[in-house]
Design a protein around this ligand. Structure first.
Ligand code: GLA
Length: 738
């Protein structure tokens, strides 16, 4: 909705008096429960007025008198250069200032996806540079995407020094930041801290992957210490696969200033005559139902509009990596397929080690780029495996790492010019001592990468799943394709190339399931997911550590996208011995799979997994398409963690509880449930039960109101035979409305 309202008032801010123009052109961007209010009077500055709970037309009319941010909606560098800017450029004549005014406002409805895009166009008062500042709203999701198109309408080249996707002022107060940090095998760790004066920056410079360490998504809790199910919360997710920078500058202005966009460091971008540079989108959400509320908004928006095949259920799979590593052979693959099929699984994925003819992929030091099957290991080729999968009534999937090569490969020997490398420098090698990154800025490399997938899919159309890995960062700044003047385009053009390839793949193969893996969880980002169905959360499959990693990751990503596998004990990363029940109960809170050698499992263990897989099929719609309510955080160190998923109609729910430490007679908090219909009655059934006796409330019914006010008591341990006792306890309860 857009309406014109004369505003003539004066507001007091930071001790300064600002007169608002007599006429304002209010742009009210509304979603079902939120409003973003802007002032875009033609010929005037573009101002931000409000973002939060939906407000009425009369409140909007009186906004200015209440005191609002009333700041530039997209601050540019030039006049009054003391504050941070979202955009800074150097004009062809060396002038470093921008002075922008609103030129136009347009709204266009996209009938295909139901979204509406409002574009505020701005022009510089003296230089031929213009901006389109875009906002996409959805009729059913409380998410607004914003991005900027910067156009050089002049003759000379403009250099973009900074080019953020968006800016948001947040009123100073007891505002807390929730963000994710981590490392390889320890991704998605939650960090919560109050915003203090100064700058808090979250950034990435990997070049290829961007979520091992920090994440390009944050939440801001506006009412003090973050709460899961209460409190006003803003979520911001930068949708970009490359280097990013999010920072919050808390200055003397009564506002925290949030900026998010591509990391401009070493990435100055030369915009030639007539060219437009489009930033990636920044997705914003607001909820007054706490962190979990903001998560639900992101999840729903993501599933409906951003994640490849987001509304579809994912298959239950066995991936070969931790079961056999590089030891791929036909009998081994056939045995794994038979085993996963016998447990009710639906898909088998052959991981690394299947390719290479000149050099062999027996370890990680050769053959990336040579995507020809190693017939020593697989005499009947991929077709033999596809046939074998079909025989077992399951689907077949395959691992590739198409953006990479090794110095020991045919590809590198034939095309050394395809790799990322600086002029006059020796190559810098990564994994296995030989890994190199292909230069996706080069259209020939783009074709090559597209062809890796296209050739596989053309030859073996029954391939159902691709695990797309990326195990190296950019290790030296240099493109053999880009001109000397444009070397600073490397990071950005790599990702433009990546997106072009993915566009082509998805145009031709919309239905194949593609996992974004990048040395584990290096590609958990909404900038990647339009082309990928899911991501590998981490190379660490230890169930206890997964409780923490998946908790953090669930802030921004839905369970349907979070690959979570049952693996062996002792765990291959932590060497911790966790019982199968607990390993399964954790894996079943995401997209369930297995990452294990089934041949080494006992019949009893296989039976347990068979039952669990069957059960998962029943709860899969609620887990993968339902609403998350996080209840008890493992980061609060209270001895347990708990969350639940509730179906959209609130007639089905799955409750998870995992003990995170064990002491005799320890006192654990009783967890209240959330998200249920208070007036519905739910019958409780325990899933994956191992106890000799059922829980006291097994088969009993309780109202949603009772469960949300009181929860159910969880026993400290499992009632199992003495030789089966251990120091882990976990529960999954299904709550079905009567
Ligand atoms: C990466 C992935 C693993 C596995 C190996 C194969 O580390 O994260 O899951 O696919 O590569 O080399």
């Amino acid at each position: 909705m857009k309406f014109y309202k004369p505003l003539s008032t004066v507001i007091l801010m930071s001790g300064l008096v600002f007169a608002l123009p007599l006429k304002a052109e209010i742009v009210n961007l509304s979603t079902p429960s939120t409003s973003l209010v802007l002032d875009a009077e033609k010929g005037g500055p573009f101002r931000f007025l409000y973002y939060g709970d939906k407000i009425s037309a009369s409140d909007i009319a009186n906004l200015a008198s209440a005191g609002t941010a009333n700041r530039d909606a997209y601050p540019v560098y030039g006049n009054y250069p003391q504050g941070e800017a979202a955009l800074s450029v150097t004009h062809p004549d060396g002038n470093m200032t921008l002075d922008m005014e609103v030129a136009d406002i347009k709204t266009s409805a996209n009938e295909a996806d139901g979204s509406t895009v409002t574009t505020v166009s701005m022009r510089d008062k003296s230089y031929p540079i213009s901006l389109d500042i875009n906002y996409r709203t959805w009729p059913e999701e409380d998410v607004i995407e914003t991005w900027v198109d910067i156009t050089n309408n002049g003759k000379g080249t403009v250099t973009l020094n900074r080019f953020m996707s968006g800016y948001l002022p947040v009123r100073y107060g007891d505002v807390w930041l929730s963000s994710l940090y981590g490392s390889w095998a320890n991704e998605g760790r939650l960090n919560q801290e109050p915003l203090r004066h100064g700058v808090k920056m979250i950034k990435n410079k990997d070049g290829v992957r961007n979520s091992h360490t920090s994440h390009a998504e944050i939440m801001l809790s506006l009412d003090g210490k973050p709460m899961e199910n209460t409190g006003r919360t803003i979520g911001a997710a930068l949708c970009y696969s490359g280097n990013y920078k999010l920072f919050i500058d808390t200055d003397d202005s009564n506002y925290h200033h949030l900026f998010a966009g591509i990391n401009e460091e070493n990435s100055a971008y030369n915009l030639k005559k007539g060219e437009t540079f489009s930033t990636p989108a920044l997705a914003l959400t607001f909820s007054d139902e706490g962190l979990s509320g903001a998560s639900r908004n992101f999840h729903r928006w993501g599933r409906n509009h951003r994640l490849a095949n987001g509304n579809e259920l994912r298959k239950i799979l066995l991936n070969s990596w931790e079961g056999v590593y590089f030891d791929i052979n036909e009998e081994g693959m056939a045995q794994m397929m038979k085993d996963i099929a016998s447990m009710g699984g639906e898909l088998f994925v052959m991981d690394d080690g299947w390719f290479g003819d000149k050099y062999y992929r027996d370890n990680d030091s050769a053959s990336l780029g040579d995507w020809t099957v190693d017939t020593r290991k697989l005499p009947h080729g991929i077709q033999g495996l596809v046939d074998e999968a079909e025989k077992n009534g399951i689907k077949f999937g395959i691992w590739i790492e198409p953006e990479m090569t090794n110095s020991r490969s045919r590809l590198y020997e034939e095309h050394p010019e395809y790799i990322i490398k600086a002029e006059n420098r020796d190559i810098v090698e990564g994994r296995g001592g030989t890994q190199l990154v292909l230069d996706l800025a080069n259209p020939k490399v783009q074709d090559l990468v597209f062809n890796v997938v296209d050739t596989l899919m053309t030859k073996y159309p029954l391939i159902d799943y691709i695990k797309w890995d990326a195990n190296a960062p950019i290790m030296q700044h240099g493109s053999q394709y880009l001109t000397r003047d444009n070397q600073s385009h490397l990071y950005i053009d790599y990702h433009k190339g990546f997106e072009k390839v993915l566009d082509r793949i998805r145009a031709k193969y919309p239905d194949v399931t593609i996992q974004a893996c990048a040395s584990g969880g290096g590609r958990a980002n909404w900038g990647v997911l339009p082309w990928f169905d899911e991501f590998w959360v981490s190379d660490n499959t230890d169930a206890l550590q997964r409780v923490y990693m998946q908790w953090g990751t669930s802030y921004f990503f839905p369970a349907v996208a979070m690959a979570s596998h049952i693996s062996a004990a002792p765990n291959h990363q932590t060497f911790r011995t966790i019982p199968l029940k607990y390993r399964t109960d954790v894996a079943m809170s995401g997209r369930l799979g297995m990452e294990i050698q089934p041949k080494n499992m006992t019949d009893e263990e296989k039976d347990f997994c068979r039952r669990a897989i069957n059960t998962y099929k029943e709860i899969r719609p609620t887990v993968q398409q339902g609403d998350i309510y996080r209840l008890l955080s493992p980061y609060d160190n209270l001895g347990a963690a708990s969350l639940m998923y509730v179906s959209p109609r609130k007639d089905d729910a799955v409750y998870y509880w995992w003990k995170t430490e064990t002491f005799v007679n320890q006192q654990l908090p009783r967890v209240k449930m959330a998200g249920l219909d208070p007036d519905k009655t739910y019958t409780v059934t325990e899933l994956n039960r191992i106890d000799n006796t059922p829980l006291p409330y097994e088969g009993k019914s309780f109202t949603g109101r009772f469960l949300m006010d009181n929860g159910l008591e969880m026993p400290l341990d499992h009632n199992v035979d003495y030789h089966k006792r251990n120091d882990y306890a976990s529960r999954i309860l299904r709550l079905k409305a009567n």
